[in-house]
Ligand binder design. Structure first.
Ligand code: AMP
Length: 399
């Protein structure tokens, strides 16, 4: 069954309930201030489409932070309501809770076209995926839209269970559509040559993704602290670089697989005597006893550029070094630059810190797709789909 998106349904005069990811960072000193509105901005296309196409009422829902099932006004969606009202130039009514008795009345009034339900996670039932809670949310609307790709890996009431109450009336929003189409290009039949670049800090967090990718890729370039367990597994001394015995075991497993020749590791490094200390070049794979590697070196950048040349599909997850510190950001920025210049390839940057690096470098719009789904993007690549996406496509059986 094909997944349906909102541009395939008539929304005129319908009451629509739509799940977004408005989980924006707030200023720690002034919780009424949003420090980065990207997530709300990404939802505007779907919201505007629904309004422009005549939806009778729009009920928006999201979580914010981790209030752990209790009302905690530090996590009120009030700043989101204010920002949305400004952007849409319309009133946005924030309810006191998702189960407010007044909601049914609001739905009968001509005014209050846009209603934002208060933080879903003020209710423990949300994260439990509770059916009664999902049913109550569903009772407000004629159709359901899920545009919260970033939470589609969770089986929560508003992202998963609710689909059971909207048989053939559940649709993906535009952000969901963009993410699924882009990630599917990597997961289904990536055009060869396919190169994956995996960096960041912990092998254990990325082992599944590596195991999945290594089958399809032509080259798997490993950078960042991820590289050192692999170098140790190959018998090199990496000095004081970040490396645990557990990660070495996982690296050994990959290096014993039949695809081991696809793994490409750093051949030189930028090192320091202390974390974030004065940088030095180390021209050899092996790193002296009192040094730690904090970035890939210039010869490695050249080697990785050679492997990337001519690729048709590139996936990048995780920085090549301690990129938050300028002294150790060169490897990460070099990869960002190379990808930004690969006009004939489909380049996808997915998950966490490589996304921040690409945003900081100002090269985001030069990439084929920058997936902002964090954990959801990684899980999609690992599993080929997500619970929230499956539920949209097939519905769920309620017991
Ligand atoms: P991850 O969340 O697994 O993608 O890891 C990202 C973090 O790994 C970033 O904060 C980087 O600064 C850090 N990182 C990358 N390479 C290194 C390295 N060589 N040594 C220490 N930390 C690193």
């Amino acid at each position: 069954m094909a997944l349906k998106f909102i541009d395939e349904v008539e929304v005129q005069d319908k009451v629509v309930i739509a799940r977004f990811d408005f989980n924006v960072p707030l200023d720690k000193k002034d919780l009424s201030k949003i420090t980065d509105t990207t997530r709300i901005d990404m939802a505007l296309e779907t919201i505007k489409y629904l309004l422009d196409n005549g939806a009778k009422k729009l009920i928006l829902m999201s979580h914010l932070g981790r209030p752990k099932g209790k009302v905690n006004l530090d996590y009120t969606l009030e700043p989101v309501a204010t920002y949305l009202a400004n952007k849409l130039e319309q009133d946005v009514v924030l309810t006191e809770s998702c189960l407010d008795r007044g909601i049914k009345t609001l739905l009968t009034l001509n005014e209050s076209k846009i209603i934002l339900l208060q933080n879903l996670r003020f209710h423990p039932e949300e994260e439990q995926g509770n059916q009664e809670f999902a049913k109550a949310l569903a009772s407000y609307a004629d159709i359901y839209v899920n545009d919260a790709f970033g939470t589609a890996h969770r089986k929560h009431a508003s992202t998963y269970t609710i689909n059971g109450y909207f048989k053939d009336k559940a649709y993906g929003g535009f952000l969901m559509k963009k993410e699924i189409l882009a990630l599917s290009k990597i997961v289904e039949k990536p055009k060869a040559p396919f190169v994956a670049i995996v960096g960041g800090a912990k092998v254990s967090d990325k082992i599944k993704i590596i195991e999945r990718l290594i089958v399809n890729v032509d080259h798997l370039l490993i950078g960042g602290a991820m590289a050192y367990p692999f170098l140790v597994a190959k018998g090199f001394d990496v000095g004081n670089s970040m490396c645990t015995q557990d990660d070495v075991k996982l690296a050994k497993k990959i290096l014993m697989s039949s695809s081991k020749s696809k793994v490409v590791l750093p051949i030189d490094h930028i090192v320091s005597k202390e974390f974030g200390g004065k940088p030095e070049i180390c021209n050899t794979v092996e790193i002296g006893g009192d040094k730690m590697a904090l970035d890939i070196g210039p010869a490695t950048i050249n080697l990785y550029n050679e492997k990337l040349a001519g690729a048709q599909t590139v996936l990048w997850n995780g920085p090549m070094g301690l990129f938050e510190n300028n002294d150790y950001a060169k490897g990460t920025l070099a990869i960002a630059k190379t990808l930004s210049e690969m006009e004939n390839a489909f380049t996808l940057v997915g998950g966490g810190d490589s996304v921040s690096a690409v945003m900081q470098s100002g090269l985001a719009d030069k990439m084929g797709h920058v997936s902002t789904g964090g954990g959801a993007s990684l899980e999609f690549i690992e599993e080929g789909t997500l619970p929230g996406v499956q539920a949209l496509r097939f519905g769920i059986d309620l017991n």
